[in-house]
Design a protein around this ligand. Structure first.
Ligand code: HEM
Length: 508
């Protein structure tokens, strides 16, 4: 700085120079960003600034704002160098096994501590594939005592039992239950039970035993910011970034740190005691040569990726059924007949569920309209660029899912795509049905990036609504605000109060 003194510049002049340099840098980079994607449609400010993105996340309005992007067409700019698409064929192509698109740095935004990577945050394709190979067997249920289905059934039975013990309203009684929490307890115990062979006990008394739900309510908006804003990512994620100093850690008394501590202790016991005969995902991870840190990363990832996604879909299923008397009654009728005709076991098996047309239609329709994930999962356009829908995307452009617009696409799901109507899967011909299911399938990602827990999620969804409605009836408590929703990369639901009573078969 001596040379500045020699120049005898006043502090005001130095500040002015710094501000001017920043303005020149900002204007130049904004112009370059705008220029590279000038031919693509999108909100006007999105082509040269992160304003649209920031505003969308801060207001928790990712759901409706991304849905409205469908008016621009299949490819839309949402931020500098960033494009989303609601075209399932494009998404399938860029994620396909032979695609040269790689993951963008967006994924690194899912890191929750500075030193723990997982296959979900790994942007290096080879390192990702190595981890995926080590986790494939455990995720397929090859290491689970009795298989995945038995493990899911065990939690389903505990869910029904919890409702019967604690939440049932009998004649003249009202015991409002926040189903947004109950659905999370179920999926948390499914995942923890699968990984460690023993669930964490959310379904014992119906409690957020490790504070996961409240931590996620705070973290999801922040994580979505970290995903989307490169400037934030670059001060959080690096080795000596803010995450190192201010991120969650095992010594914390509340928040995600509590879960990290619990997970670390359980994994530590495994490595020390070498419980060679344990039959669960963790024993599979260890047998496949994963290090302790890798086991920690994969455990938190599984809980992060597998809890609220499935729980949110279960909540949507119940919400839309309660608000659609016709679908509610028709679903009940199918359950009643299947039980009376002894077509189903208790709990229903996955195979049996697949034979029940309305059960399947309800499952896919809720998955579609509830769309647990909203957007993201960007891949990077490879060297030489690419042309999609006649529009040129320069190399280095991030292209991701506009999941919410995809699941509401009228060209695929019909003109009434904005309403819940399971019949759409029954009235169409086989080809149309296959096209709809294929479009929904890419919601789980494609190729090497496909959701590792897809079969677990589908197993849960194929069973849970059938079993809940077989045993109980449900009614919205707050008819003016049945649920409060905030949407980020996924959705957060609060205050979904329902009245639950024993199923009344006389009225079906
Ligand atoms: C409705 C439920 C679910 C949906 C919609 C969903 C969707 C997704 C998506 C879109 C991805 C990223 C794909 C990409 O990178 O292109 C993903 C990844 C992942 N999901 Fe799921 N998921 C669900 C449930 C689950 C469950 C229940 C688990 C755990 C049991 C799970 C574990 C994972 C893991 C570990 C990854 C990372 C895979 C990888 O990096 O290769 N997910 N999921």
């Amino acid at each position: 700085m001596e040379f500045l003194k020699d120049l005898e510049l006043s502090s005001t002049t130095i500040c002015a120079l710094v501000a001017a340099s920043f303005a020149v840098w900002y204007t130049t980079t904004a112009f370059v960003s705008w220029y590279r994607l000038r031919n693509l449609p999108g909100p006007p400010t999105a082509k040269f600034s992160y304003f649209w993105q920031f505003q969308t996340i801060v207001t928790g309005r990712v759901g409706d704002r991304y849905l409205n992007l469908r008016d621009y067409g299949p490819l839309v700019v949402t931020a500098p160098g960033t494009v989303v698409t609601d075209d399932p064929d494009v998404l399938r192509k860029i994620s396909g096994a032979r695609s040269s698109y790689g993951r963008s740095l967006w994924y690194a935004g899912a890191k929750f501590t500075h030193d723990t990577d997982s296959m979900g945050t790994q942007v290096d394709t080879v390192a990702h594939d190595t981890l995926k190979a080590k986790t494939a067997g455990p995720y397929a249920g090859r290491e689970t005592e009795g298989g995945l289905e038995k493990a899911v059934d065990a939690q389903l039975i505990r869910l029904i039992d919890l409702i019967r013990r604690k939440y049932l309203s009998r004649n003249g009684e009202l015991r409002p239950v926040d189903f947004s929490l109950v659905s999370r307890y179920f999926t948390l115990d499914v995942i923890s039970g699968l990984i460690f062979g023993k669930p964490w006990g959310h379904l014992d008394e119906g409690a957020d035993v490790l504070d996961w739900c409240s931590s996620m309510d705070t973290l999801l908006p922040l994580m979505t910011m970290g995903f989307e804003l490169p400037a934030l990512r670059s001060i959080l994620i690096p080795k000596y970034g803010l995450l190192r100093w201010f991120g969650p850690r095992a010594t914390d008394k509340s928040g995600l740190g509590v879960v990290i501590k619990h997970v670390n202790e359980l994994i530590c016991q495994r490595f020390e005691n070498q419980e060679k005969h344990a039959k669960d995902m963790m024993s599979g991870f260890i047998r496949n040569g994963m290090t302790r840190t890798e086991c920690e990363g994969e455990t938190i990832l599984a809980i992060l990726a597998g809890t609220d996604t499935t729980a949110s879909t279960i909540r949507s299923s119940l919400l839309y059924l309660m608000l659609s008397p016709h679908a509610y009654a028709r679903f009940k009728k199918e359950i009643k007949e299947a039980v009376e005709q002894r077509k189903v076991s208790s709990p229903i098996t996955n195979e049996e569920s697949l034979t029940l047309p309305y059960t399947q239609a309800v499952m896919w329709e809720a998955f579609r309209i509830g769309s647990a994930l909203t957007f993201g999962h960007y891949k990077v356009v490879p060297r030489g660029g690419d042309t999609i829908h006649g529009l040129y995307l320069p190399e280095g452009t991030n292209i991701g899912h506009n999941t919410i617009a995809l699941t509401h696409k009228k060209a695929i799901f019909g003109e009434d795509a904005d309403v819940f109507r399971p019949e759409r899967f029954l009235e169409c011909n086989a080809q149309q049905k296959a096209e709809m299911i294929r479009a929904l399938d890419i919601v789980f990602g494609g190729g090497r990036w496909t959701c590792a827990g897809k079969n677990v999620a589908i197993l849960e969804l194929n069973k849970v609504m059938f079993e809940l409605m077989r045993h109980f009836d449900f009614q919205v408590v707050n008819v003016h605000t049945p649920v409060k929703e905030r949407a980020y990369v996924g959705k957060l639901h609060d205050d979904m109060f329902v009245r639950i009573s024993e199923a009344d078969w006389d009225i079906v």
